[in-house]
Design a protein around this ligand. Structure first.
Ligand code: GRF
Length: 196
């Protein structure tokens, strides 16, 4: 798999750590940044994984270029982890059904930026995170798995975001594991998790 990043990279780190566990069915072959050098790439390098600091802003055919880079490495799964860009053609169809994203809300509530603050301001009692397949929209593809986080009365957007992030770090490696084991079945908008 490859992990696409634009910044901090804590989900990349969680995936790298989990993927080193004995018997984990997938490994990260490269981490790719669309914003040049970012902290996330350091996590890849220290795990001995190829780190590509690319610059999408200067590349008018970014999604075609990226698709070629990933095909060259025979990547079978793309994980977006804090990747601040919509996936467009031809990348989308060349990797159809093979792109995952993580979002820090219980979708379809609170898509887009600053989801944890949106949830806190709305006053929900349960927040959480979602791993979903990627389609052409923003945070709109079929849901693979979700983990919930209760909202406490004394939470701030920051404390809530920290607890959601801890759940993201459990959810994303688990979704990758299910995908790599071939246990995810897409039926329309629904993703069924096949028994082992
Ligand atoms: C995470 O909250 C993720 O859900 C969202 O962007 C953030 C990325 O964090 N899409 P990190 O770069 O993985 O630390």
């Amino acid at each position: 798999m490859t992990v696409l990043v634009s910044g901090r990279g804590s989900n990349l780190r969680a995936i790298l750590e989990q993927s080193r566990a004995p018997g984990f069915p997938a490994r990260v072959v490269a981490a790719v940044s669309d914003r040049g050098e970012v902290p996330a790439l350091e996590h890849a390098r220290s795990a001995g994984v190829e780190a590509l600091a690319l610059d999408a802003a200067r590349d008018p055919s970014w999604d075609a270029h990226l698709a070629a880079v990933l095909e060259e490495r025979q990547v079978d799964l793309i994980c977006l982890a804090g990747y601040m860009r919509l996936v467009r053609e031809p990348l989308l169809s060349r990797f159809a059904g093979r792109i995952l994203n993580i979002h820090p809300s219980l979708l379809p509530a609170f898509p887009g930026l600053d989801a944890q603050r949106q949830a806190w301001e709305y006053g929900v009692k349960v927040a959480g995170c979602t791993v979903h397949f990627v389609d052409a929209g923003m945070d709109s593809g079929p849901v693979v798995l979700q983990r919930s986080v209760p909202v406490a009365e004394d939470d701030t957007p920051e404390s809530l975001a920290r607890r959601i992030l801890a759940e993201e770090h459990r959810a994303y490696p688990e979704a990758v594991r299910l995908f790599a084991l071939g246990r995810l079945e897409l039926r329309g908008r629904r993703v069924l998790v096949r028994p082992q």
